[in-house]
Design a protein. Sequence first.
Length: 65
Amino acid sequence: MNQTDLIRSTEMNLMNENLARAQMSARLGEAQQLRRGHQLARARRLSRRAEQAAQQARLALARAL
């Protein structure tokens, strides 16, 4: 293997490593977005439940009076 082939081989390996890093970074970003979406959906569900509980408490109080 001559010097030129070695340089090309090294450059190809570096390109493949950079591509792999970019793909991994993209996947991590997607995973973080999914987690944020799930957390937001969960927060909305819990908020709705809390609002329903508060409404039921107000109704119970109004009936008691």
